[in-house]
Write a protein that binds this ligand. Structure first.
Ligand code: HEM
Length: 363
């Protein structure tokens, strides 16, 4: 991921030059989009700078109070549904990061716009999408984001979109780059964190003794988040990269111009890097060495925010509902989206804290 002989720029992709990548391939617009994810060197630094500044630890810290309030409001609503089977993904794990990212980029309190951003992000990631749906998505998404930019130009706020407009006015970004970067922030800002929350809930319910340690204060929520990032990484693959030289890896040559991706989920389960990798174990001291946020120049700028969201969400969810139970003993289905490791739905039954009783074993 940090090897300078491997580029993020599709201009180095031999199959593209040779005409092997048809325009009807639904993933083509994502692979060729002119955003920070697909750029190298100085161009990447120029595109990333204004985004990265919004997510420094100093700017994320004051957000904690807001994340706590959003989390509590969602949990208050769920309190009334205790005892019912609910889809935790739809009711909690998705709306939390979606609300946070929308507030960060200054989306007005407009449910339709938020729903549209989520639908379009999910379409970008779906594998089972027709060329027509893909084309429609890649027209509608930038147009919707452009409307947000127009709104913020008319009424600037304390948000990332306003910051990006300022970078545009200063000549750092073009108007198209503002929209292209916003698209990655919206998508990356929620389609990943939702997976982290769902996977953590699942792993902790499947390991009630470890959940008990967390609830008793014998283990930190920070550990739970880091171990989930290692054990069940939210992003399956990095975005594509392209070799700029013939590259030898463990005796095999990957030719110049090849498309390569890093399977992040597998790195967390590598037995050489993580002995006993297939065990979910909060006591491990090496979980934080996971590569779930990538590595090198493209390492996720939203990492501190995502970790803060997950720590707050998990602590408050389980403190309020320590007896949260999985509603099914089947492994929950995963979404057909190759890039993300996404649980499609997570049916659970919430039960408010009973006095002095340990969490129940799941069925
Ligand atoms: C659990 C949550 C998250 C995970 C696992 C995750 C994972 C990643 C990974 C693996 C990359 C690098 C991809 C590559 O090298 O090809 C990345 C980049 C990125 N992420 Fe995240 N991310 C998460 C949350 C977020 C959040 C909350 C935001 C924004 C608020 C965000 C915005 C971005 C952006 C803008 C990039 C592009 C960085 C660049 O290319 O320089 N991510 N993320």
């Amino acid at each position: 991921m940090a090897d300078p002989s491997i580029s993020k720029d599709a201009a180095n992709w031999k199959d593209l030059h040779d005409g092997w990548v048809p325009d009807t391939w639904p993933q083509k617009p994502f692979f060729l989009a002119q955003n920070l994810l697909n750029a190298d060197g100085d161009r990447h630094a120029r595109l990333r700078g204004p985004v990265q500044r919004a997510f420094t630890t100093t700017r994320v810290r004051p957000l904690r109070t807001r994340i706590e309030a959003i989390t509590d409001a969602l949990l208050d609503r769920l309190e009334a549904r205790a005892g019912e089977v609910i889809d935790l993904k739809q009711e909690f794990s998705l709306p939390l990061p979606m609300t946070v990212i929308c507030e960060l980029i200054g989306v007005p309190d407009d449910a339709a716009m938020r729903e549209q951003f989520h639908r379009l992000s999910a379409n970008v990631l779906r594998i089972e999408i027709t060329p027509e749906e893909s084309q429609q998505t890649w027209q509608e998404f930038p147009a919707a984001l452009q409307r947000l930019v127009d709104l913020k130009r008319a009424e600037p706020g304390e948000d990332l979109t306003t910051d990006l407009i300022a970078a545009c006015d200063a000549g750092t970004l073009s108007p198209e780059e503002v929209v292209a970067n916003l698209l990655i922030v919206v998508l990356g800002g929620h389609e990943t964190t939702v997976n982290l929350l769902n996977s953590a809930v699942l792993a902790l319910r499947q390991h009630p003794d470890q959940l008990r340690q967390l609830l008793d204060g014998d283990m930190t929520w920070e550990r739970a988040v880091q171990e989930t990032l290692r054990y069940d990484a939210p992003v399956r693959f990095t975005m594509p990269r392209y070799t700029t030289v013939d590259l030898e890896v463990e005796g095999r040559v990957i030719p110049k111009g090849a498309l390569v991706i890093v399977p992040i989920t597998s790195t967390g389960r590598c037995p050489h890097s993580f002995p006993g990798a297939d065990q979910f174990d909060l006591a491990r001291s090496d979980s934080h060495r996971n590569l779930s946020f990538g590595y090198g120049a493209h390492r996720c700028p939203g990492a501190a925010l995502a970790v803060a969201e997950a720590e707050i969400a998990l602590a408050r969810l389980f403190t309020r509902f320590p007896d949260l139970q999985l509603a099914s003993d089947q492994a929950p289905p995963r979404t057909a989206a190759p890039g993300v490791n996404s649980i499609s739905e997570l049916p659970v039954i919430l039960r408010p804290a009973a006095q002095d009783t340990p969490p129940h074993q799941d069925r």
